[in-house]
Design a protein around this ligand. Structure first.
Ligand code: ZN
Length: 160
């Protein structure tokens, strides 16, 4: 559905009308690579804990999300229905938008660590649009101030 791709591109594209950066006093600067927390991504166990805590919904916008491994399982069975090329334009728009990301609220590049408390589940558009900004810099409410969304959505994990 072209509208899904247009929505995604409007969020993370370089000319996004939604991303307006404002200066925040005393915001942590971008750190050199050697100053950052060494391990960038959470472990498999931490990812599982985040998915259970956040209920397979983006903590920013609330859309349901699907892990890349689950997408790959579905793709093996339905390769023509779920294209997944190397570029954004050749990837299935909905599975791209719903791709689980493990987002650092205080970005890794800004000194954020990998603790569960600094991480949330997000969709791909929210993660890539937020990039290394602080929530305050782009007008987002810290999603940790509200409860994760609960529903029967399980990220299609039952697909085998
Ligand atoms: Zn989102």
């Amino acid at each position: 559905m072209p509208a899904i791709r247009e929505w995604t591109e409007s969020l993370w594209g370089t000319s996004s009308p939604y991303l307006q950066v404002r200066e925040v006093p005393n915001a942590p600067p971008s750190l050199c690579r050697d100053q950052r927390v060494p391990l960038r991504m959470p472990t498999t166990a931490e990812k599982k804990a985040l998915l259970l805590r956040d209920g397979y919904h983006c903590r920013f916008c609330g859309i349901p999300v699907i892990r890349g491994q689950v997408r790959d399982r579905i793709r093996k069975v339905y390769p023509e229905a779920l294209p997944w090329g190397r570029t954004n334009q050749t990837q299935h728009a909905a599975f791209q938008a719903m791709w689980v990301q493990y987002d650092h609220i205080v970005a890794h590049a800004r000194g954020g660590d990998n603790s569960i408390d600094n991480m949330v589940i997000t969709c791909a558009p929210c993660n890539y649009a937020k990039w290394n900004y602080l929530c305050e810099e782009i007008g987002l409410i810290d999603p940790r101030t509200r409860e994760p969304m609960r529903s029967t959505w399980d990220g299609l994990e039952r697909f085998r």
